[in-house]
Design a protein around this ligand. Structure first.
Ligand SMILES: Cc1ncc(COP(=O)(O)O)c(C=O)c1O
Length: 376
């Protein structure tokens, strides 16, 4: 088994070795539980109730006997929330992307993918038999050039993008993508894992930009981030959702989500809808956090979303900073290649309503100290 050790040694040498860190006892500043809903009393109560009623696991796939009233209800509410005719659940965001993209784009089709798309989108594109081309991040001029040159050679064309980019925190210009996808007759696939519950009034990237759903648009979102649960969903036209139910391999050949997980997510949705101030509070806190960070001598990316990466660049230095923070019980994970490009390593700070004021103060203080001791 020397080859295993060799690979690991190589990772270590390049500062790309990954270790899981137990988060208990730490102040976690890198979770995606943006609204702090995962342990909201109502969410816990709804989950417990479903646990008592249904038990833990669903027992089968959606198409066998693993589809319950809770699954159906959650799909209905998600479709309403996203303003689409229909919705279907998936086991996770990863499964949604790898299971949907190959259904939307087949042999003879073309996929155009933003270079900073999430790994699960990239893997979904790889699983498709369509041809794939990557365009520079948010470079819609380049996207349009490719389409002008190549559109006629393909049947369907699928444009794939994150709504809110998970590692940079910036947003796709969906207005531009709406326009391009209409002019060139494309399907637009928006992964709104990080937009759901954080932008617009909580409904996501389309709402943030004042856009309504259109027939050629497919929206994917997760239950695992701002909704504080686990799993994912795809929203679109009724016919498209039926096609996924009939064709998507990561939906058909896997056990459906546990009913308590769906019940918890359903309650989170209700909480967001009943209290629009919640998303507003997240926005306000995000601005406060940034205002405290912007004076530090780090490259801080900020796009008014709760993902605020502190870009250090060098992998070793980033790891070092993360370790120094851990010594103070502050958890800011070092994000490195291949999650982000080589030489663009970062501490991915996320803002969440679960953070307490004095913990944030400790974070600012620690970063201030580090900026003096390490960087200068
Ligand atoms: C943009 C994006 N899409 C998809 C996923 C995958 O979602 P899940 O964690 O539910 O598999 C993630 C994060 O994990 C993500 O950041």
């Amino acid at each position: 088994m020397d080859w295993v050790r060799e690979i690991l040694y190589d990772f270590e040498n390049k500062n790309l070795y990954r270790k899981r860190i137990l988060r208990e006892e730490l102040k976690d500043f890198c979770s995606n539980d943006y609204l702090g809903l995962r342990d909201h009393p109502r969410v816990i109560e709804a989950t417990k109730k479903a646990l008592e009623e249904y038990g833990l696991g669903s027992g089968a796939s959606q198409l066998v006997s693993g589809y319950t009233e809770v699954h159906a209800q959650l799909e209905k509410e998600l479709a309403k929330f996203k303003g689409t005719p229909s919705c279907v659940l998936f086991g996770s965001g990863y499964m949604a992307n790898v299971g949907t993209i190959p259904v939307l784009a087949e042999e003879g089709d073309l996929i155009l993918s933003d270079e900073l798309n999430h790994a699960s989108l990239i893997d979904g594109c790889r699983l498709s038999k369509a041809e794939r081309k990557v365009f520079r991040h948010r470079d819609y001029t380049q996207l349009e050039e490719i389409l002008k040159r190549e559109r006629h050679r393909y049947g369907k064309v699928l444009i794939v993008t994150d709504g809110v980019f998970s590692m940079d925190g910036d947003m796709a210009d969906l207005r531009a993508l709406y326009d391009i996808s209409e002019r060139f007759d494309c399907i637009l696939y928006v992964d709104d894992a990080h937009g759901t519950g954080t932008v617009g009034k909580g409904k996501g990237s389309l709402e943030e930009l004042g856009l309504g759903w259109r027939e050629n648009v497919v929206i994917m979102g997760t239950l695992s981030k701002a909704l504080g649960s686990y799993g994912a969903f795809v929203c679109g036209s009724e016919a498209l959702i039926e096609l996924l139910v009939n064709r998507s391999r990561s939906l058909i050949f896997t056990t459906s989500l546990p009913p308590p997980v769906c019940a918890g997510a359903l309650e989170s949705l209700k909480i967001i809808e009943e209290d629009p101030r919640m998303v507003e509070r997240l926005r306000e806190l995000t601005e406060i956090v940034y205002s405290r960070l912007k004076g530090l001598p780090f490259e801080i990316m900020f796009h008014h979303t709760p993902i605020i990466p502190i870009v250090i660049g060098d992998e070793g230095r980033t790891l070092d900073m993360s370790k120094k923070l851990l010594e103070r019980r502050i958890f800011l994970q070092a994000i490195r290649y291949p999650t982000v490009p080589k030489g663009k390593a970062r501490l991915r700070l996320t803002v969440s309503l679960r953070y307490k004021e004095n913990d944030l103060e400790k974070l600012f203080e620690a970063l201030e100290d580090l900026s003096q001791n390490i960087m200068l």
